[in-house]
Design a protein around this ligand. Structure first.
Ligand SMILES: NC(=O)c1ccc[n+]([C@@H]2O[C@H](COP(=O)([O-])OP(=O)(O)OC[C@H]3O[C@@H](n4cnc5c(N)ncnc54)[C@H](OP(=O)(O)O)[C@@H]3O)[C@@H](O)[C@H]2O)c1
Length: 248
């Protein structure tokens, strides 16, 4: 698909993978709605994109709030007149053992990683159907393919994203010309570990950085651009991308 002039919504754009992808999309001529809760970060990103000659608008949006998502998606459509690409990427990973019963964190992971992605999908789909096509990219994870101790709830949330992506593709790709890509990264440098409240797992995750060279958020952005730029008849349905030195 020719990206120049297209309109994209990027959730989780205030840091990490989302911010890197928003920058690359804008550099390819895409008008980007950068969405997250931290508006200051989004405004900074918008300034940076505009200074580089791109187009972007900041959308303060908590994906767990369906009303806020509806307003945010409408803002993007009103600003640029379409929604061609939706990158459902907002997520968090406060991991711990199940027996620690950090139930608030379990619920937050399900609310953001799963329900948030559903909320955004529900708002962008009608636009894409009306336009006669589109591309939805969902951020799952290696945790959406495999299960690890300490990650039971996070893996559950990402397996849900993988399953939903495939079900969505089966329904909307042939019928509505809406391509669906599920991206499943291994370890990527970002702010993801900052929200781990469990000391043991926080330390374990930080130590991984000594064992392998993490992917950069830009590496994931490049693979997303590859899927988006594929010819119209090609749906890159899954992308499993890992650090070369990742041993699991
Ligand atoms: N880093 C990895 O190793 C890795 C590997 C596989 C998959 N992933 C997945 O990649 C995605 C992006 O994560 P990242 O690694 O780039 O981490 P990150 O830097 O922590 O980015 C997470 C993004 O999600 C947003 N977010 C969190 N809660 C939100 C909410 N309620 N509403 C709207 N936005 C929310 C954050 O923005 P605000 O806080 O401003 O709202 C932030 O922009 C996540 O889905 C993650 O599970 C990451």
């Amino acid at each position: 698909m020719e990206l120049n002039g297209k309109v994209a919504l990027v959730s989780g754009a205030s840091s990490g993978i989302g911010a890197a992808t928003a920058r690359k999309l804008a550099a390819n001529g895409v008008k980007v709605g950068v969405a997250a809760r931290r508006l200051d970060r989004l405004e900074q990103l918008v300034s940076e994109i505009r200074a580089a000659g791109g187009e972007a608008v900041a959308i303060a949006m908590d994906v767990t709030d369906p009303a806020a998502v509806a307003v945010g998606v409408k803002k993007l459509a009103d600003t640029y007149g379409a929604i061609d690409i939706a990158f459902n990427n907002a997520g968090l990973m406060p991991i711990s053992d199940v027996e620690s019963l950090k139930t608030d964190e379990w619920h937050r992971m399900m609310d953001v990683n799963v329900k948030g992605l559903l909320n955004t999908t529900a708002e962008v789909l009608p636009y894409m159907k009306k336009q006669g096509g589109g591309h939805i990219v969902n951020t799952s994870s290696i945790a959406g393919r495999k299960v690890f101790p300490g990650l039971a709830v996070y893996c559950s949330s990402k397996h849900a994203v993988t399953a939903f992506s495939e079900g969505l593709r089966l329904e909307v790709a042939p019928k509505h010309n809406i391509r669906v890509t599920c991206i499943q990264p291994g370890a990527v440098e970002s702010e993801l570990f900052e929200h781990i409240s469990d000391e043991k797992y926080r330390e374990q995750m930080e130590q991984l950085k000594d064992q392998m060279t993490f992917l950069k958020a830009e590496d994931i952005a490049d693979t997303i651009l590859f899927a988006l730029k594929a010819p119209k008849h090609v749906n890159v349905a899954e992308v499993f991308v890992l650090p070369t030195t990742q041993p699991w």
